[in-house]
Design a protein around this ligand. Sequence first.
Ligand code: PEP
Ligand code: MG
Length: 954
Amino acid sequence: MAKKTAKTTKKGTKQAKGPKGKPAVKRAATAARAVKAAKKPVKAAVKAVKKAAAKYVYGFADGKAEGNRTMKDVLGGKGSGLAEMTNAGLPVPPGFTISTAACNLWYAEGRKLPQSIEDEMMAHVRRLEKAAGATFGSTDNPLLVSVRSGAKFSMPGMMDTILNLGLNDAAVEGLKARTQNGRFAYDSYRRFMQMFGNVVLEIPKEKFEHEFEAVKHAHGAKVDTDLGEDGMRETVSRYKRLVQRETGKPFPQDPVQQLTMARDAVFRSWNNERAITYRRIYEIPDHIGTAVNVQLMVFGNTGDRSGTGVGFTRNPATGANEFFGEFLVNAQGEDVVAGIRTPRPITELAEVMPKAYKQLREFTSRLERHYKDIQDFEFTIENEQLYMLQTRSGKRTGYAAVVIATDLVQEGLLTPNEALLLVEPASLSQLLAPMFNPADWKKVPVATKGLPASPGAASGQVVFSAEQAVAWAAEGKKVVLVRKETAPDDIHGMEVAQGVLTATGGMTSHAAVVGRQMGRPSVVGAGALRIDEQAKTFSVAGQTVKEGDYISFDGLTGEVKFGKVATSPSEILQVLAGKMKPAESPIYRRFSTLLGWADQVRTLGIRANADQPDQSELAYAFGARGIGLCRTEHMFFGEGRIEKIQRMILADNEKDRRQALAGLLPLQRGDFYGVFKAMHGEPVTIRTIDPPLHEFLPKREELMVEIAKLEATGGDQKVLAEKRTLLHRVEQLHEFNPMLGHRGVRLGITYPEITEMQARAIFEAACQLAKEGLKVTPEVMIPLVGLVKELRDQKIIVDRVAAEVMKETGVKIQYLVGTMIEVPRGALTADEIASEAQFFSFGTNDLTQMTFGFSRDDIGKFLASYQERKILDRDPFQSIDTVGVGQLVAMAVEKGRKTRPTIKLGVCGEHGGDPSSIHFFHKVGLNYVSCSPYRVPVARLAAAHAALSVKVGD
Ligand code: PEP
Ligand code: MG
């Protein structure tokens, strides 16, 4: 650790000249490029459409595919995986992929495709018929296909799938003849009608279920498998009548029409509500569209020599190198992931169908070596013949991502730089999430156990619906979502819940997959739970739990307990706090190895926004090498301090104000001393007071109530007089637009004695430490500067006080005076401002506020509507608006460096911890980003990603 620190320190110093020491002109060009890049997505999309225009459908059959793994943009993840597996000689049922470009065109042309693409698709249908030796609608050997969506980024459960397409009244007889199995044929027809009816014809699922239940009841069947061919035929007849009733038309019999309708439904589902929600959460662009995969059906439900399953080449929850997955005998694909039947662990397949299992192991290891990443695969076994239906990089928890990335380097499959790119920066925060304190956890008996689907501790009040979860979470309650099984519609509830607990489903069910991805602790398939969603209760272990009761569960072990259990910090935090030794925590060691690699490659420095010594120590332990923003006003809110600042505000003459400030001086000096010390000589940027003064005073309405009470009760006259004075001052300080009012540098200009006191506290602390033999690098930062003269005015004070303190203490220290660039005029005149400023720190919170004219405190009132109407993709206060605000940043970088080539440039707005914003800051050539201490690991990794992707020409 110590060695690494030294290295980072050295790098940090070097960076003062700018990334890789590029000359200013080159850096300016980089900045300009970055602004252009912000406009790139739309152009890129148009270009991609044009490029792919000549071809919209890509076939794969008999060991040859027209696509490959590099064509995810065009074929989507599933399509490119199918093509790659076909080319690699794996047993993949033949088929074709309709490209994402076709989806975009379908929308552009008013929800239809040009005839030329319809013809192209039909040519592929004919080729597929040839490859499969089957014909659409045939009564001897009908061609049956699956139709699945597949976008570039996998969206589990978000899009709709249709199986057994091609069945009609004639083809079902053909299927019966071919398989000699009437029950199977009619069951397949029933399933197809149900899926098609729901997904394409948009008839509610329950209506189909209702019909099916009626047939089961009439036949005295408890479960589906109790129904024979007669029952299935009857169900088909009932479904036909249902479709006629609901749509006014008969169930479509023409397979080509079925295919066209199914394809269009997949395109349509790109814009269903849950897909949109998913894209919003994961910041997947709306314009990329989905591909459609049409593939020859293979059947896992022809009997006990068939089955279907899904799996991962490693454990996606813990990252352990173990074959992991589930299967069901005599079942179709959707049965496993839908969570309706609890599947069997994949290792049991070795006993049930040893040959297929051996092959599966061999194919999937090959795929993992080929893709150099954990693979998530789907397979079907039809009469002991194994077919691979999908392979893609597996979604994993942040915990597993770190384990897998470090293991793959250890196994020689990846270089450290490649491994870095396997870990999503934001997912690192999952490793810092709380866990149960082992001693407290042990004290509570286990109520039940489920499958440990996504690690982490969850404790909260039980809710039974996503809507209730959202409503209660909005009231600030901690909720856990308990469901029989979760469906994609529950995603908004999962987003706000502490954790998710389900009664059915396996490790690859929706709850498990999505829970892991969100980093939401999840326990699934807790079969002992008896959930009554109507009554809003569940019972287990002889106890009934009502909505609002507390439960707790551990997503790493699957244990569920009644009541509330306190959580404690993550293992990594415990090591950093010195409560655990690194040797005792394998995950800490991996985490630190990975971030060590990140530090080797990143060129951006990482600092933290911290105001207190303990926060600064934590930030240093997380790897921050410097403080990018110390908001001094936060120090005024501590015990016994607010009265002192209030005294200063209430003073109506300079003498009284100076006296009050003298009371604050030792407190500030003490804080600065602590922060400097915690940073071990790394630079510390301290900002002079920023918020409007009324923020330090009680609210006007509260004071009026207090005064009225005192008057009514004849309370203490001295207190009453004080309150009246306070009210008077509050009224004097009232501003119509406080964010644009008397704040920032304007306070320092009107009350120079405040700047004086703060500068004195900074330099006295710094000189004291220097006297003690420690290195200190103070950087005094003036906020909200828009005019160079504002900065000059304050700099004169700071320099004078610095000289005085150095003279008094006899100690000389190096320091810088700079400014925040957070007012648009500051950015526009950055060349002038740089004549005074030795550094700029971009305050992108205010810069966003003032560039958009959106109040940072009120955007919540309209942001959702903006996002719904696609006026804004993302919250510009979370992720930098590269086109507008970013342009100001890039311009100020260029202008600032023109005037002062050595100027130090950083960012301390919230965007400094946001991975995609970090990418932008890297491109425009900032020296460092500064973020909250907990986001420092994320920023280290994001900065490494930025450096690596710029290297490969992104
Ligand atoms: C900013 O405006 O980006 C900033 C860091 O300052 P504050 O959030 O304190 O206004
Ligand atoms: Mg600000």
